[in-house]
Design a protein around this ligand. Structure first.
Ligand code: ATP
Length: 254
């Protein structure tokens, strides 16, 4: 049986001047789900995500998050969601511990920075500045910042873009661990393997419209049932498998 709904988006429209970037989309997310927004560049994924995050105004439609209506109770929504802060907000002279203290102060709460950094395997970097981190470490820190207010839902926009295969897998493990604590996760990605591993359900958005919502497994089964066949016999491994096999999957100083 499906878990209760935690997000409901109905007939969402977003216009930038005359241009309609999101054209009346509707979807639901269940509690504890990892839900993926997939689709080509410019499809409207980030726009949709940022409207749910209360970071962008919508043109019309109804968005309900954790039982709160976005128009009536945006502040209640802000309390129960975790949002990745833009890198520009990472003051260059503060180290990671100080940044977490600063951000938690903005929420009006006190968190144990060491414990939070531990969750994302960054304890050794507690005294490092954001600009001194590698790409994978920056992403992990960014995910840590979404957890500061112990949110019910976190939003991740392309969390693994630009990371090496090993760092991507480490982030997948982190995302799955976060979900295992009961947190609902909405993410965007351009990596279909990532969506297959992580997402319970995905919505394909194209040109501002949803063209399908289903589990990855069901999408693939439906395509196969329609007579689709891959043209080439695939090998039992690919170059990414070679990368992982040669370099190992363990967390390292990426
Ligand atoms: P990508 O995969 O490339 O990140 P996306 O699916 O996240 O794309 P959006 O960033 O939501 O797409 O953009 C959707 C459309 O809206 C694009 O055509 C984009 O140019 C346009 N758009 C986004 N933000 C603005 C803005 N602030 N002003 C005007 N147009 C915008």
């Amino acid at each position: 049986m499906n878990k209760p709904l935690i997000i409901s988006v109905e007939n969402l429209i977003k216009k930038y001047d005359d241009f309609e970037a999101v054209k009346g989309i509707s979807f639901d997310v269940h509690e504890g789900e990892i839900f993926g927004l997939l689709g080509p560049n410019g499809a409207g994924k980030t726009t949709t995500l940022e409207i749910m995050e209360t970071l962008r105004d919508k043109t019309s439609g109804t968005v309900t998050i954790g039982g709160y209506n976005l128009d009536k109770s945006p502040d209640f929504i802000k309390h129960i969601i975790g949002v990745q802060l833009q890198a520009a907000g990472y003051y260059p002279n503060l180290n990671l511990t100080e940044l977490i203290d600063l951000f938690s102060g903005l929420y009006g709460i006190k968190v144990n920075a060491t414990e939070l950094l531990g969750k994302v395997s960054l304890i050794e970097k507690a005294k490092a500045k954001y600009k001194e981190l590698s790409g994978g470490q920056k992403q992990r820190f960014s995910i840590a910042t979404t957890l500061i207010n112990q949110p019910k839902i976190i939003f991740l926009d392309e969390p693994t873009t630009g990371l090496d295969p090993q760092a991507r897998r480490n982030l997948w493990d982190l995302i799955l661990e976060i979900r295992a604590t009961g947190t609902t996760i909405v993410l965007t990605t351009h990596y279909m393997d990532e969506a297959e591993v992580l997402c319970d359900r995905v919505a394909f958005i194209d040109n501002g419209q949803i063209i399908g919502v289903n589990s990855p497994d069901q999408f693939v089964d439906n395509l196969v049932a329609s007579g689709f066949e891959r043209k080439k016999e695939v090998k039992k491994a690919n170059l990414e498998d070679v990368f992982i096999s040669l370099t190992g999957k363990d967390l390292r100083e990426d």
